[in-house]
Design a protein around this ligand. Structure first.
Ligand code: NAD
Length: 488
């Protein structure tokens, strides 16, 4: 674990107007490796004055660089170059992500690859940016033009640090916007490196700026800043509400990708082996720190015992350990704070009458003495009204709930303030699509545990947010449509 990736430096500065600059206060904060608790780098702690500088740089680049006025295909070329450099530095990016997040190497590899593919997708998608002419009364001529929304504040969480940054940066660049990116304080490193790669690929100075520091201070300040036109945020639902309120003062465009408590339904006719494998992945991937984690597992009463036996067996076999080890499947939690939250929910579950079927504590052994390790945890005897079934835990904890029939499980699955994702397992094709149609979720997975590909829209219903990430849908949300009407 002492090994330092070549992208890991002792100290990182802010990135404003194409230059690495210290914070105006000269202050730094430490960033850690969650698997070992060792400090791995010092990072500049931005002030509000730094935010002002970053917003001015982004505004200046929007209005005075050619970025927004270039033919879209030229921006596409640069996006391709970004992807190419990321491919060349793939192993280093993966290593840096693992060191700063504690996630398993295998998970980081998939996420870095998806980040690369996002840039490739939008490199092509720029060719779809087009206006239109609409029928108008004779004597008139009309056309529409797509224009970049402008200066965008992009605020991302710690669970997928690079991938979440790519989901936001790639479509914004494709649209011709300029950016102030704010990574989570716990995981700032790969976002900083991504911005360097953007410059290396030819993105002009000021088009992408990175501010590192406290969400409650500089993050909040960014969201109310009059120089910002749009806020794209991924994080907790409570933070999303705060951001929406602040952004409303100047009516900024807002997209919110928020929390979830996604249902995972195993019907009586499911392929139990596939369902058990998919359900283990669905909750324990990324140590359960996924917005789309399928954390409410509904199992039909007639297959409850048979399914649970397989599910527990497979959970027990998950390999926890050094996140840089190829064979590790479950990494560490991000922080002591997150560990305490997860553990307090397990304690709460017991008080609510649930039973810990597996897990519920720090794994045993010398390897787990340091670092924020938590066993994959299965809670049974849970009802959907318990807090552990309603609140997002954001850790490797699944609640299992028995159901009797399709109508009941649809009602239970939808009985949540969230609506990000849902999964279902059945061999009955008609039922699969009938149920998918009734689930209040932005993404539905049928007999499959994967929820995202760059070309598919991703986002929530209800308090899981609004707007969509990825695909053409996200690109559209970085553009305004101007309608031009003239006499001929
Ligand atoms: P968080 O809300 O605490 O922080 C997210 C980001 O917002 C960080 O960069 C943080 O510094 C910043 N921030 C915090 N307070 C702020 C404020 N008042 N104003 C502006 N910025 C502020 O979330 P987190 O703990 O980093 O991430 C976990 C959450 O993210 C979970 O709820 C998870 O479900 C959600 N998430 C959602 C998606 C999705 O696509 N729907 C994807 C990943 C994570």
């Amino acid at each position: 674990m002492e090994k330092k990736g070549s992208l890991l430096k002792e100290q990182y500065e802010l990135l404003i107007n194409g230059e690495h600059v210290p914070s105006s206060s000269g202050e730094y904060f430490d960033t850690y490796n969650p698997a070992t608790e060792e400090a791995i780098a010092r990072v500049a702690k931005a002030t509000r004055e730094d935010v002002d500088r970053a917003v001015s740089a982004a505004r200046n680049a929007l209005e005075n660089s050619k970025w927004a006025r270039w033919p879209a295909s030229r921006r596409g070329q640069i996006l391709n170059r970004i992807a190419l450099i990321m491919r060349e530095r793939f192993d280093e990016l993966v290593e840096l992500e693992v060191l700063n997040s504690g996630k398993a190497l295998s998970a980081a590899k998939g996420q870095v690859m998806q980040a690369i593919e996002d840039f490739e997708l939008y490199a092509g998608a720029v060719t779809t940016i087009a206006g239109a002419t609409k029928p108008v009364p004779s004597g008139f001529f009309h056309y529409t033009v797509k224009e970049p929304i402008g200066v965008c504040a992009q605020i991302v969480p710690w669970n997928y640090p690079l991938m979440m940054a790519a989901w936001k940066v790639a479509p914004a660049l494709a649209a011709g916007c300029t950016i102030i990116l704010k990574p989570a304080s716990l995981t700032p490193l790969t976002a900083l490196v991504l911005a360097d790669i953007c410059h290396e690929a030819g993105v002009p100075a000021g088009v992408i700026n990175v501010i590192t520091g406290s969400g409650a201070d500089v993050g909040a300040y960014l969201t109310e800043h009059p120089g910002v036109d749009k806020v794209a945020f991924t994080g907790e639902t409570t933070t999303g509400k705060d951001i929406m309120a602040r952004a409303s003062e100047t009516l900024k465009r807002v997209t919110l990708e928020l929390g979830g408590k996604s249902p995972n339904i195993v019907f009586e006719d499911a392929d139990l082996e596939a369902a058990a494998n998919g359900s283990v992945f669905g909750i324990f991937y990324n140590t359960g720190q996924s917005c789309e984690a399928r954390s409410r597992l509904f199992v039909h009463e007639s297959v409850y015992d048979a399914f649970l036996e397989r599910f527990v067996e497979k959970t027990k076999k998950l390999k926890l350990g050094n996140p840089l080890d190829e064979s590790t499947q479950v990494g560490a939690l991000i922080s002591q704070g997150q560990w305490d939250t997860v553990h307090s929910y397990v304690q709460l579950a017991k008080e609510e009458g649930a039973r810990v079927l597996y897990g519920g504590k720090r794994p045993e052994g010398e390897a787990f003495a340091k670092g924020h390790w938590y066993e994959p945890t299965i809670l049974v005897d849970v009802t959907n009204d318990m807090r552990v079934a309603q609140e997002e835990i954001f850790g490797p904890v699944v609640v299992v709930i028995k159901f009797k029939d399709e109508k009941e499980v649809i009602q239970l699955a939808n009985d949540s303030i969230y609506g990000l994702a849902a999964a279902l397992w059945t061999k009955d094709f008609s039922r699969a699509h009938r149920v998918a149609g009734q689930l209040k979720a932005g993404v539905v997975m049928i007999n499959n545990p994967f929820s995202t590909f760059p070309g598919l829209p991703f986002g929530g219903y209800k308090q899981s947010g609004f707007g969509r990430e990825l695909a053409i849908e996200s690109l559209e949300l970085y553009m305004e449509t101007k309608s031009v009407l003239s006499y001929v």
